[in-house]
Design a protein around this ligand. Structure first.
Ligand code: NAP
Ligand code: MG
Length: 510
């Protein structure tokens, strides 16, 4: 495949746009420069291939077992559409066995001194570090994300979550003085496909630190790293039943939600499924936390460092192919600098390399599934048909696999679907504002409230803007930075409850 740096950016209008009407300043033609080979990259494929079994069972009570129905489904590599492995489909009977195992393990696990529970968490963290390369490659093969992201972000952060919570396990009384720190009980945890191992770590680490036991269901398209984590739990001698991993589709998730033996549901996924879960849990005593979708605003003021902000825009929306719940998918740029920002964004995007996720130089890997690619393509069409101007970069996508050219739209109206609905792909809507008040009003004009970014040189403007944004996380002169010490979660239709930090422990304490 040709590196993207050698491919021209395209615009439906065919020319460079000037959304504010002002003529854009002259810019360095990076595409011409890269086309001449100055910055051409050679392929740098990751050489490690982890062992992958032909079929996987369910991890229940410390052992891998066959599903009672004998049903299995395949997980594929979205970068080449090849089958990687067959995975067990858990039905209600299997989920029941997992919940019973978790219930059985609860008294001994919650009765352990926190210091002892912490030791197990440390061991899991260390083992993730030791097996990091294998886990990173597996994550990339199963889900399509670029190896440099799974290697540098997903896996190190997953280990960091276990380290962080290992530290909390024996300090819970200090976290919440005056409150007896008791676990909630058996936790059903359901996670999406965009950060498979990391989401498993976000769920399992705080639950275990607080003395709970868990039944985890990874997403249907990305079950392999959660199953590796189950292997790690067995390897480090975690008592059987403390962590159970059941694979399957939505029906398996709903069997967990509906099981009467579950004390708490922790769900990360779409707002649509979150609503269904909230409805099922409402008439019960189950506790619930929901981490749902978003349509987050990234606000660039005229006094921001524009080069830095352009990096933040790219990091905000094209990281992980835009499969990020807190992606900065709505860009608000102060009118006076919009021509400069758009021009620099075009230059920057013409250097992004789309293609083989296992190539260490790849910036944008494969879309996670055929269905998700179809959804993104529908939004690309609706953006154009509703009247926005499309700018896509990169032309020669690999012949096989699910790939999408990174795109931004200018001339976007707040009423356009691409400005209102979560796309969960590499698609950015560029809009403008004149005053800080207008920026805040437009940023908050969404049913979601997960995250936001603010770019300015002025400290007072940063704090004043952040204070008025309805978002669980506000990044200041940066974007998409995650840390286990920092709570993450949303407002409005982005859900409720926090994960990470001291706040995240509350969800796992009775
Ligand atoms: P999804 O369809 O809601 O699926 C999430 C998980 O729920 C998957 O494991 C899925 O299984 C399972 N599931 C599906 N139907 C279910 C049901 N009726 N009952 C119980 N479980 C069910 O979401 P997705 O498309 O995988 O993930 C993308 C969404 O997640 C986006 O909206 C994104 O914003 C959100 N997200 C939010 C956060 C956050 O922290 N706020 C983080 C990451 C992603 P299958 O995989 O088999 O369908
Ligand atoms: Mg897969």
């Amino acid at each position: 495949m040709k590196p993207i740096s050698e491919q021209p950016g395209t615009s439906e209008s065919g020319g460079s746009e000037s959304p504010s009407g002002a003529s854009p300043p002259p810019r360095l033609d990076l595409r011409a420069a890269t086309g001449s080979g100055i910055f051409a990259y050679a392929e740098a494929p990751e050489s490690v291939r982890p062992e992958i079994a032909d079929r996987y069972g369910l991890y229940i009570n410390g052992r891998f077992t066959d599903p009672t129905s004998s049903k299995r489904f395949t997980t594929i590599n979205p970068a080449n559409e090849e089958t990687i492995s067959e995975v067990a489909e858990a039905n209600e009977t299997d989920v029941d066995a997992a919940v019973r195992a978790a219930r059985g393990a609860l008294p001994a696990w919650s009765g352990l001194p926190g210091k002892e529970r912490g030791k197990y968490l440390y061991r899991i963290a260390r083992r993730i570090q030791e097996r990091a390369r294998e886990l990173a490659v597996l994550e990339t093969i199963d889900g399509g994300k670029p190896i440099k992201e799974s290697r540098d972000v997903d896996i190190p952060l997953a280990a960091a979550h276990f380290f962080h919570h290992a530290g909390w396990a024996d300090k819970l009384e200090y976290a919440f003085p005056g409150r007896a720190a008791k676990p909630v009980g058996v936790c059903g945890q359901i996670i999406p496909w965009n950060f498979p191992l990391l989401m498993a770590a976000w769920k399992i680490a705080p639950a275990l630190a607080c003395g709970n036991t868990v039944v985890l269901k990874p997403a249907e398209t990305t079950p392999l790293t959660a199953l590796r984590l189950a292997e790690i739990c067995a390897e480090i001698g975690l008592p059987p039943g403390v962590v159970n991993v059941v694979t399957g589709a939505g029906a398996t998730g709903s069997a967990i939600v509906d099981h009467p033996g579950i004390d708490k549901i922790a769900f990360t996924g779409s707002t649509e499924v979150g609503r269904l879960i909230a409805r099922s849990v409402a008439p019960t005593n189950k506790r619930l936390t929901l981490e749902l979708g978003g349509k987050s605003a990234n606000i660039i003021f005229e006094d921001a460092s524009i080069d830095q902000a352009v990096e933040g825009i790219v990091e905000g929306i094209y990281f992980n192919q835009g499969h990020v719940c807190c992606a900065g998918s709505r860009l608000f740029v102060q009118e006076s600098v919009v021509a400069r920002v758009v021009s620099k964004l075009r230059d920057r995007m013409s250097t992004l390399r789309v293609g083989d996720p296992l190539d260490k130089n790849t910036d944008i890997g494969a879309i996670n599934s055929k269905a998700q690619l179809a959804t993104i393509e529908r939004y690309l069409e609706s953006g154009s048909s509703e009247g926005a101007e499309r700018h896509s970069f990169g032309s020669d996508l690999p012949a096989k696999g699910f790939f999408c050219r990174p795109t931004f739209f200018t001339g976007v109206q707040p009423s356009h679907s691409i400005a209102r609905e979560e796309i969960f792909g590499p698609v950015l809507s560029v809009m403008t504002f004149r005053t800080p008040e207008e920026a805040i009003g437009r940023a908050n004009n969404t049913p979601y409230g997960l995250a936001a970014g603010v770019w300015t040189d002025k400290g007072s403007k940063i704090f004043d803007t952040a204070k008025h944004l309805d978002a669980g996380v506000v990044w200041l002169n940066t974007y998409n930075k995650f840390d286990p010490t920092s709570p993450f979660g949303g407002f409005k239709e982005s859900g409720f409850g926090r994960e990470g930090g001291r706040h995240g422990l509350l969800a796992y304490l009775a």
